[in-house]
Write a protein that binds this ligand. Structure first.
Ligand code: SF4
Length: 282
């Protein structure tokens, strides 16, 4: 049995930066520490942080109830009003929004400020998308499927600005933009804001999945980038398995000979990737 582990598997730059910020606050003895949503989509890491006193705020209502402490904004970023709320409550803020996401906030603020209509290609309801929406000044539409793209009608006379969730499938992005372009006659700015880490991870996963007998994708159940990796790998390799932890790995499903590929979402710690890899070799 041969195992190929994707070089791009695991923590991306933005997630690593956000997780490091939480540990730094713990080491500096800051108390109480809150993260606005789980810092990453990995239950084990979140549990470990909870054991060290880091609490999670689920929404703006909970945030409004706080009277003291430090709030860490995770890599997904948040809407502008969340910053205002934190300031109004007199709380300390540590902003771990990934710079690639911050760039999208700046783009949509600038373009919507000029009266342009914004389209976000992404999954509606995803925290990153919700955050981006919260920086738009005018009309904003989220398009996540070909059906959404076909149904989309934009206000005539307004220039369109299309951006993309950083972890979106870039092939799907091209397809959705193509459909929107066919339906729209007004001028538009198309800004592919998928981050390079995502693009590299997806290309590598596709390449590995195309040549192995089985493919394992590791990541949290709520991780949208892991789900997209799974979709991509499944298209190339029929025996693709999505696991969250080592416990989910059913070694009997893997071939006794041949080659197994492994990739992982941006929130998957390296030690878990190594454990899965070792288990495949047993
Ligand atoms: Fe930043 Fe890209 Fe990682 Fe998202 S996937 S946190 S945009 S580096």
């Amino acid at each position: 049995m041969k195992v190929i582990v994707a070089k791009t598997a695991g923590f991306c730059f933005g997630v690593k930066r956000a997780v490091d910020q939480v540990y730094r606050q713990i080491e500096e003895g800051v108390k109480p520490i809150y993260t606005y949503g789980p810092i990453i989509h990995n239950e084990e890491v979140v549990r470990e942080l909870a054991d060290r006193g880091v609490r999670i705020i689920g929404d703006e209502e909970q945030l409004a109830g706080l009277t003291e402490g430090t709030v860490i904004i995770r890599s997904h970023g948040v809407a502008e009003r969340v910053y205002r709320l934190i300031e109004e409550r007199g709380l300390h803020i540590v902003d771990a929004t990934c710079p690639f996401v911050k760039k999208i906030h700046r783009i949509v603020r600038e373009h919507s400020g000029r009266g342009e209509e914004i389209v976000i290609i992404g999954n509606d309801g995803h925290p990153e998308v919700e955050g981006i929406k919260g920086w738009c000044l005018g009309r904003v539409t989220v398009i996540g499927s070909e059906e959404d793209a076909r149904q989309f009608r934009h206000e005539t006379g307004h220039r369109l600005c299309i951006v993309c969730q950083t972890t979106f499938n870039y092939k799907k992005f091209d397809k959705l933009v193509e459909i929107i372009s066919e339906m729209s006659y007004d001028e538009m700015d198309i800004l592919n804001t998928i981050c390079s880490a995502t693009e590299e991870r997806q290309s590598e996963a596709r390449g590995i999945a195309a040549k192995v007998d089985s493919m394992i994708v590791i990541g949290g159940s709520h991780s949208s980038n892991t789900r997209k990796l799974f979709e991509i790998c499944q298209m190339e390799c029929e025996h693709t398995y999505y696991i969250q932890t080592l416990k989910d790995l059913d070694i009997r499903l893997l071939p006794s000979r041949g080659c197994v590929g492994i990739t992982a979402g941006a929130s998957t710690p390296n030690n878990l990737i190594e454990e899965v890899s070792k288990q495949c070799l047993i």
